[in-house]
Design a protein around this ligand. Structure first.
Ligand code: AMP
Length: 172
């Protein structure tokens, strides 16, 4: 809800990077009913973090594909201290480094308002808001023409839990 997915999309287009979003990867696994998808479904719908072991394995699986040689942007990872340490270690082993990190600072009440009105494209990942950033045609993605959806974890109750999880696990 801070806008990391939206900003990530702008940056990967502008700098020709591979976009690696752990949230998108988990949602694709759930949609395709993979073994991993079944394991992580309940965490995503309740707004809890997926266990580090599964998340770290997923990220390296993606980063070890050839297309990331040109550069990549991590969106939604790392989200815990253990993930940050695994990232540092894995990058060192591969002789790679992070060039920059983006800090997006948004007050909690704004997050709740944004996420309640958010609609997302299940095909290309584009994000809209029913009031602040509506698509040209209601319910249809401007970028790819797919029907927009509301994420299951974008309810007010789950959003509050996600913000708590952020303060407890990610902020440190
Ligand atoms: P996002 O799309 O970034 O808002 O992520 C949606 C959900 O995916 C989160 O609420 C978590 O359940 C899960 N998730 C995404 N990234 C991570 C991560 N780095 N560690 C653990 N869980 C994650």
């Amino acid at each position: 809800g801070a806008g990391k997915g939206t900003q990530a999309m702008n940056l990967v287009d502008q700098y020709d990077l591979v976009h690696v979003s752990t949230g998108d990867l988990f949602r694709a696994n759930i949609k395709n009913e993979t073994e991993l998808g079944k394991q992580v479904q309940s965490y995503l719908s309740s707004g809890k973090l997926v266990p580090d072991e599964l998340t770290i394995a997923l990220v390296w699986d993606r980063l070890d594909q050839d297309d990331t040689q040109k550069g990549f942007l991590l969106d939604g990872f790392p989200r815990t201290i253990a993930q940050a340490e695994a990232l540092d270690q894995g990058l060192e082993e591969r002789g790679m480094k992070i060039d920059a990190a983006v800090c997006i600072d948004v007050p909690s009440p704004v997050l709740v308002e944004r996420l309640a009105g958010r609609r997302v494209c299940p095909e290309c990942g584009a994000s809209y808001h029913i009031k602040d950033n509506p698509p040209k045609k209601e319910g249809i993605c401007d970028r790819c023409g797919a029907a927009l959806e509301q994420r299951k974890d974008d309810t007010e109750e789950t959003v509050k839990d996600r913000i708590d999880v952020y303060h407890k696990n990610t902020e440190p």
